[in-house]
Design a protein around this ligand. Sequence first.
Ligand code: EPU
Length: 343
Amino acid sequence: MKIREHVLISQLTTMRLGAAARYLIEIENEDDLGPAYDFVSAHNLPSYILGDGSNVIGRDEAYEGVVLHNLLTGIEIKSQTADELLVRVATGTSLNALVDYAVNDDWYGIEALAAVPGTVGGAVMQNAGAYGQEMSQVLVGVDAYDINAGEYVHIPVDDMNLCYRHSIFNSAGPDSARGRYFITAAHIRLNRSEIAGELYGSLHEYLVAHGKSDRRAATIRAAVRDIRDNKLPDPRTTPSAGSFFKNITVDEADIPALRQRFEGIPIFLIGSRWEIPSGWLIEQAGLKGALLHGMRVSDKAALILINESAGSYANLSRARAQIATAVKEKFGFDLQQEPEEIT
Ligand code: EPU
């Protein structure tokens, strides 16, 4: 366990904003957690668990707390049959490494999550999803350190209330377990079955355009990587936090009225949820490609904000307000921010 002081959050997060954290503790193995949380209580400070920082934003004021940097890595096979593999994955492992581990051995279930930035822990917390797959479909449960009780627990997936970008770990609702656990490992179940049924629209179009008729894990991974490369900025080189807003979820009953009111509005069925792409709303509000207070609304995908020259959270906040107001005025929807903030 290594303790550092006054570490810039801008250097730990891909949006590249944020002042210093008072302390940062590197969690390199599970035994570090007891002493780390003893340190947090001895100093009577708040704490925040950080993975790769690809979906987290720092603020302009210093964080008077302890950031616990999750560096737990490793993939361990728990059981294997001809058509099922169960692995225990330490949550600091990059999701991409897990996807490669699976696809290279022809295991299915997460191939469409190729090139999603961040750690397995971050993906579990917010039930990450892309191109028709999401973590809830492969997750069996997690091992976690209960911070107050100082003991390790196992939480089955059915107790996590996973839905669109939501779990008990990142929500503030009545079922919230926010701040209660440090999730140390995810138990993931992979299989030998190709994606069944209709493919995600742009993935289908890509495969058709490239003359690919199979759904092998490696084919899907390569297609998704290419689609993402052409549309989404690489957070390691271009400061961004992926989708900056969530898509809008609507009730099926409201769809006819919405279609009548807003001609051509795209409304997709994703799993069992009806969704309006916020990128379309932002584009229709005339902001695609705009530079707002140093934040660039990507000209390839309007849901992505790039920190070109914002320099401060205050400027990001101004840009966010301008986008949200434009969408609210034109469509009446309230955009919700997707990345978390360290507060
Ligand atoms: N669209 C526009 N203009 C835009 C962007 C999108 O009109 O500038 C419309 C188009 O109709 C397009 C549709 O939105 O067909 C969907 O676009 P896309 O496939 O790019 O996906 P998205 O809805 O913008 C979501 C996730 C992404 C994920 C993709 C693919 C959220 C907040 N974002 O984006 O996740 O990769 O679907 O599944 O749900 C992330 O969370 O950081 C992320 C990148």
